[in-house]
Design a protein around this ligand. Structure first.
Ligand SMILES: Nc1nc2c(ncn2[C@@H]2O[C@H](COP(=O)(O)O[C@H]3[C@@H](O)[C@H](n4cnc5c(=O)[nH]c(N)nc54)O[C@@H]3COP(=O)(O)O)[C@@H](O)[C@H]2O)c(=O)[nH]1
Length: 505
């Protein structure tokens, strides 16, 4: 037997034969042989037959159970979709790396990667395309990194990259830049070119932690910061981020149940016709008085409501409250006021949005043209068919559509032609400068002329001085809104304010 077996296997047999004789008991061991059909795994059982002075050897092919055990081991450590190390194995490798760099006094970097807007791909193109995209993204990450760097999938659209033996933090920045760059090339899937960007959070050991779970958490926190910075970018962890993160979680925690606890209130900021100096309507602006955190500004809580999806029920509350108040306001003052309400991009994901608007208008006996829905470019950049359809339905119902914050984003003029806008709101950052900054004044002048040529009314927001109002009048601006005229007011105060305005006419 020893003559026909490979040297290593023969040696194993030799050792176990000696063991069987020495112990006078059954001994077993496993070995493998390379056959033309592939590797075959065997188990050998050896037993001494003392009376016959012989050794009985029983050999069994264990390839099948061996492969099953290997598969189970693989499944426990690797992600089934991308075949990358899973969370468990990635964190295990990170722990190994940390032990090594501790000994060598080097640095290690943990990158927390999240694909931007991946959910939209799943929602709009289906899970199969989503899966293919994840596989392609995993492959691209691997191609971009060196062989001894680890890329793992933490779950969903989250990946981890581990870099050991880092000399300098700038090297980590260069790697992040390379990863972002690699994703600038579109993914070709089913004849489509899909653009997918990344947000990357980076934590460095030992500075940001010496244990795997802390480093991962800090890299995750930094990734949130990268998202907040506009996505498609990277961010290094800083200890201050933990404070911001804690605040975010506190707000999110309190926001659940805030509607039930009646903590939201609508304020209304009047909008004034620049030529006639009469109130034409108001913008509904949400306020949140929380029992634990106190007053929280919409600039802080609206993005969190948007990210968590809580904006959907909150948006319904805003619509109901604002239209109920509009009915009361119109009846008391006997004026056909309009109510401007902000709609966030996330609210368009609700397939019931148009029906809810229609039903709420009807329930409060409000004419459709008295409702003005303010949207930002963020809604339109999505270019989803469902959003397009919702905007057309809104227009067909005679509800007004207003482009908010004009001048702050891409200010793509094509949106004004493509969508049925009735109103354009010039952002307050331009109004602030109109009286002393020629460029701002020229932009406002051009925006008004262009809007009027498209039969779109112009609202100037953030009017804080008489000089600004006078200049806007000269520039033919239609409507003004701002602290000079009135701050946002609770419902009762707006009623008084508007009654005083009516009496003064
Ligand atoms: N999706 C929803 N978004 C909402 C809702 N309620 C508010 N918001 C958005 O939050 C952002 C901040 O709003 P707020 O703190 O209420 O600020 C508004 C005004 O108070 C402020 N303003 C108005 N005039 C002036 C001024 O003269 N000076 C000055 N410094 N600030 C002024 O501007 C905000 C109005 O912004 P806009 O909507 O762009 O007209 C803001 O983006 C709100 O949209 C909600 O219910 N849903």
């Amino acid at each position: 037997m020893i003559d026909v077996l490979p040297e290593k296997v023969s040696e194993k047999f030799q050792i176990h034969i000696e063991k069987t004789i020495a112990q006078n008991s059954m001994v077993s061991f496993e070995y493998e042989l390379s056959m033309p059909e592939g590797v075959i795994y065997y188990e050998a059982r050896l037993r001494l037959l003392p009376k016959k002075n012989q050794i009985m050897v029983i050999i069994r092919d264990i390839s099948e159970p061996h492969r099953s055990a290997e598969l189970i081991r693989h499944q426990a450590h690797f992600d089934s979709l991308t075949d990358l190390p899973n969370r468990f194995l990635s964190l295990d490798r990170l722990s190994q790396i940390l032990l090594e760099v501790q000994k060598s006094h080097e640095k290690a970097a943990v990158f927390f990667l999240d694909l931007d807007d991946f959910k939209k791909v799943n929602d709009s193109l289906g899970h199969e395309v989503g899966d293919e995209l994840l596989i392609a993204a995993a492959a691209r990450l691997q191609q971009t990194l060196k062989q001894n760097d680890t890329v793992g999938r933490l779950g969903g659209d989250e990946f981890i990259v581990l870099i050991s033996s880092l000399n300098d933090e700038n090297d980590a920045l260069a790697i992040a830049e390379r990863l972002l760059q690699a994703f600038r090339k579109p993914f070709k899937l089913e004849g489509r070119d899909l653009i997918l960007t990344l947000s990357i959070g980076i934590a460095i050991s030992p500075k940001d932690g010496t244990c795997a779970s802390v480093l991962l958490r800090n890299a995750d926190t930094a990734m949130y910061q990268a998202k907040a910075m506009g996505r498609n970018t990277s961010s290094f962890f800083t200890p201050q981020m933990n404070v911001a993160m804690r605040r975010r979680f506190e707000i999110e925690e309190q926001m659940h149940g805030a509607l039930e606890r009646n903590e939201f209130e609508l304020y209304y900021q009047p909008q004034i016709d620049v030529k006639t100096n009469t109130i034409v309507g108001a913008e509904a602006l949400l306020r949140w008085h929380n029992i634990v955190l106190g007053e929280i500004t919409p600039d802080e809580f609206i993005p969190i409501a948007e990210q968590t999806g809580l904006i959907t029920p909150i948006g319904v509350f805003v619509l109901q409250q604002a239209l109920r108040f509009l009915n009361e306001w119109q009846s008391i003052n006997k004026q056909n006021y309009t109510m401007a309400i902000n709609l966030s991009p996330r609210q368009f994901r609700d397939p019931e949005l148009v029906n809810i608007i229609k039903h709420t208008l009807h329930k409060n006996s409000i004419n459709n043209e008295c409702l003005e829905l303010e949207i930002t470019e963020g809604v339109l950049m999505n270019s989803q068919a469902s959003i397009h359809d919702a905007l057309l339905q809104i227009d067909e119902l005679g509800i007004k559509l207003s482009m908010d914050d004009f001048g702050t984003g891409y200010s793509s003029l094509s949106y004004l032609r493509e969508y049925p806008f009735d109103v354009l709101k010039i952002d307050r950052s331009f109004i602030t400068g109109i009286t002393d900054n020629k460029a701002d004044c020229n932009l406002v002048k051009a925006a008004i002329a262009m809007s009027h040529s498209l039969e779109i009314k112009v609202v100037a927001e953030g009017v804080e001085t008489k000089e600004q109002l006078d200049l806007l009048n000269e520039l033919n601006c239609d409507i003004a809104q701002g602290f000079y005229l009135s701050k946002p007011l609770p419902a009762a105060k707006l009623l008084n304010f508007s009654l005083r305005y009516l009496k003064a006419l």
